[in-house]
Ligand binder design. Structure first.
Ligand SMILES: Cc1cc2nc3c(=O)[nH]c(=O)nc-3n(C[C@H](O)[C@H](O)[C@H](O)COP(=O)(O)OP(=O)(O)OC[C@H]3O[C@@H](n4cnc5c(N)ncnc54)[C@H](O)[C@@H]3O)c2cc1C
Length: 334
């Protein structure tokens, strides 16, 4: 089914935040607006909705993907292609590969290294809400970041990480994360004064932190690391806020809510099909081609070898553009 790009400049509502929400009025520079709608202008591009990739099949030699098995509106179909790019995100790409096991590949496709699904990372992330003495009327707050504590800092020998603003919180979010019960108007007042931060520290690759599939269910096994550095990062932010004298009012004396993002928050998922030059220890080569296959590219957060401590999307976008250019100039031409 073709989905035509829709122009809804006169959408009847205006979002008061973008974080995690699509904007039908198309004012948000998301994947739909910046790339999907542009791609769909080409007559040879088709978007299939309500469609899930179940598995990839190979030729008898096992070196070329020949079929993509999909489920569309409850019906199983098979597509064929000369070149396949798998971009289902770090968790789901790994799951598709693991589900593509066969007699020839009992551990899943592209997995001779046994690295598919391993080294799952999603950052040490925390939201920290500080209550400012003045009301904070900000709507689209995510335009400011601080890397002053990115590297080793204040006697701690490892990097701490990155601080940026978070989309503006409201009374419902503050109520949900409040350690103490209070009447609704208190949360409303706090939300009015809230300044919202997002803290990110590196998540280190650990082969035991991994995506597996058991009886068709995706399972994530994860033991956190680098939590000490993340704790110091939080301390540095709170110290700086206190030093400003603007976050310790009579009304809101030193109120800082902080919520760490756990395994249920896979927003920054990466690392499960790691890149490398050695097929024995990595899944894809430096152009995201699966070492084991001639015509399979895996281009999403999976290629990360380490996660750094900044948001992943720009790196994923840069790699997608780089690999696209490579395929256009080197693979499709040959
Ligand atoms: C609320 C939120 C806020 C974020 N904010 C930021 C930010 O400010 N900055 C930043 O850099 N990053 C941010 N991120 C992270 C960023 O969105 C991801 O890093 C990025 O989108 C990952 O790109 P990807 O190509 O790996 O996967 P995705 O963008 O997740 O794309 C994977 C696609 O594959 C589809 N798919 C999955 N499985 C299948 C299947 N079996 N068959 C068919 N299709 C499938 C999915 O539906 C999806 O469309 C945020 C994430 C969230 C959730």
């Amino acid at each position: 089914m073709n989905l035509k790009p829709h122009k809804t400049a006169n959408a009847p509502y205006t979002l008061d935040r973008f974080d995690g929400f699509p904007d039908a009025a198309e004012r948000k520079g998301d994947a739909h607006l910046c790339s999907l709608s542009k791609a769909l202008e080409h007559p040879n591009v088709q978007l299939m909705t309500n469609t899930k990739v179940l598995r990839l099949n190979t030729n008898e030699a096992g070196d070329t993907v020949t079929e993509v098995v999909i489920e569309q509106n409850g019906e199983t179909k098979t597509l064929t292609a000369e070149l396949v790019v798998l971009s289902a995100g770090a968790i789901n790409s790994a799951a598709v590969l693991l589900e593509s096991k066969s007699e020839k590949f009992p551990n899943g496709l592209a997995n001779s290294s046994d690295q598919v699904g391993r080294n799952y990372m999603f950052h040490q992330n925390s939201a920290l809400v500080a209550i400012y003495t003045e009301p904070n009327p900000t709507k689209f707050g995510k335009t400011f970041g601080v890397n002053d504590f990115y590297h080793a800092n204040k006697g701690y020998e490892y990097p701490l990480g990155h601080i940026q603003m978070l989309g503006k919180s409201d009374e419902h979010q503050i109520k949900a994360d409040s350690p103490v019960p209070a009447p609704g108007f208190t949360f409303e007042l706090m939300a009015k004064h809230a300044v919202d931060f997002w803290l990110t520290s590196e998540d280190l690759p650990d082969p035991e932190n991994r995506v597996t599939v058991e009886n068709g269910q995706i399972k994530i096994s994860y033991t956190p690391n680098n939590q000490e550095g993340h704790g110091y990062l939080k301390e540095e932010l709170i110290k700086a806020l206190k030093a400003s004298g603007k976050f310790d009012s009579f009304l809101f004396k030193g109120i800082y809510f902080s919520k760490g993002m756990d395994i249920a928050s896979p927003a920054h998922q990466n690392g499960t099909t790691k890149m490398g030059t050695d097929p024995a220890t990595s899944v894809v080569d430096t152009y995201c081609k699966a070492h084991d296959l001639n015509n399979l590219y895996i281009v999403d957060g999976g290629f990360f070898v380490s996660s750094g401590a900044v948001n992943p999307a720009l790196t994923i976008i840069a790699m997608a553009l780089r690999v696209g250019e490579y395929i256009k100039n080197n693979v499709l031409k040959s």
